[in-house]
Design a protein around this ligand. Structure first.
Ligand code: PSV
Ligand code: MN
Length: 390
């Protein structure tokens, strides 16, 4: 690679932005047990403090997603100011219409119009939070669906979903947009109302250009070619955001790049090749993870580094050699162009990038050496620790 090409790769890596989830800093677990950890934030302000630590050491995580009502506060303006004072800002607002008894049969697709009204009102409240915090994107995920054949009318549920989405879409201000996430199962086990990218895409297409698809990497059946979905959506200008995480079995929410770093590379190859890192495309690269047994801030730092490493490898793909091999039908040379990049150890390159940004070459070790973990464990005593769902 020429010096100028390498300099361009470094510039791209320096300007990369990864959004971290407020809920990744709180306690989490499975339905079997939530293991509490010392020093875990007790309110949204402390969650932002932790996110600021991640940004301080990685230099590329200045944005934090909120989840409402988990991050509900009296004064959202104050929360946004708190973030800014610590060098981060509020990113997407994640709506939550899946944790209320009323939503047993669904939220915006519920058969009862009163429940649908309540759910849609919550989504509108999230747009108010966007106004107050300066957030420009609403993230929608619906747990809606059915458990048994015949339980409800699949088509009617799509009509109700479309109606609610249209109302919320109409409330978005200039410069605000929404992303619609899909998930093929859970908590509904027979039919989920937004099960796949095609359903999300079809709704977004009808809504208009402010609506795009969110790809949560954990929300696919085993074997699904996620990079195909990414390439397709980028081509259609309908890829809005990623919820990055890793899965072995279902929606495991493990650290991105932990289970299958090669898949992450393949996804980021499609992103980099198809202009997905261009700020004008405004694709959000968010982590949607829970750190049940590992220390949270170090885990988020490691996750950011994993995305950064996959991005660096993707940027090293020799696109000219790749497309020449593709044109000539040279299957093995084309595959080798990808594998050469994937097999490159990019850690020295990233160490240089970080040092040029005035950061420590190893964010993970630098954070551990900072003593912050001990400090928060000593300071954050009393009060109620934040948790997934609280
Ligand atoms: C649903 O499984 C999901 O991926 C949605 O993004 C939720 O908002 C999030 O998890 C909560 O962790
Ligand atoms: Mn998600």
């Amino acid at each position: 690679m020429s010096d100028s090409a390498l300099a361009a790769v470094k510039e791209t890596l320096k300007s990369q932005v990864i959004e971290t989830p407020s809920w990744g800093y709180g306690n989490s677990g499975t339905r079997f047990k939530v293991f509490a950890q010392p020093g875990v934030p007790r309110d949204p302000y402390e969650k932002l403090d932790d996110a600021a630590q991640v940004h301080r050491y990685t230099g590329i995580a200045p944005v934090v997603s909120l989840h409402i009502p988990w991050d509900r506060v009296e004064d959202y303006q104050r929360l946004a100011d708190h973030a800014r004072e610590r060098g981060v800002r509020i990113g997407m607002i994640n709506a939550n219409v899946f944790q209320d008894d009323d939503y047993k049969l669904g939220s915006v697709t519920h058969p009862d119009p009163k429940v649908r009204r309540k759910a849609t009102d919550h989504l509108l409240e999230c747009v108010d939070v966007m106004d107050a915090t300066g957030s420009d994107a609403l993230k929608l995920w619906f747990s809606d669906g059915t458990n048994y054949p015949g339980q409800d009318d699949i088509t009617a549920r799509q009509d109700r979903l479309a109606e609610a989405l249209a109302e919320v879409y109409g409330r978005l201000g200039d410069g605000q947009r929404m992303v619609l996430e899909y998930k093929f199962f859970e908590p509904a086990f027979y039919a989920t109302d937004v099960p796949d990218w095609g359903t999300s895409y079809a709704h977004c297409l009808k809504l208009g250009e402010k609506a795009t698809v969110c790809v949560d990497t954990g929300h696919h059946a085993p074997g699904t070619n996620i990079e195909f979905i990414v390439a397709f959506l980028l081509r259609e200008k309908k890829l809005g955001a990623f919820d990055f995480n890793s899965r072995f079995f279902a929606d495991d929410d493990l650290m991105v790049g932990a289970a299958d770093p090669f898949q992450l590379f393949r996804i980021l190859h499609e992103v980099t090749k198809n202009g997905g890192l261009d700020p004008a495309r405004d694709v959000r690269f968010m982590l949607d993870q829970c750190h049940n047994i590992e220390a949270k801030i170090p885990a988020v730092i490691r996750s950011v580094m994993n995305v950064q490493e996959a991005t660096a490898k993707a940027l090293l793909v020799d696109l000219e050699a790749l497309s020449a091999a593709q044109r000539e039908g040279d299957v093995l040379a084309a595959n080798a162009a990808l594998m050469d990049a994937y097999n490159t150890d990019v850690r020295p390159l990233l160490a240089e990038v970080r040092e040029e940004m005035g950061l420590d070459a190893d964010p993970y070790r630098a954070y551990l050496a900072s003593g912050n973990q001990k400090r928060i464990a000593a300071e954050r005593v009393g009060g109620q620790q934040a948790g997934w769902g609280a």
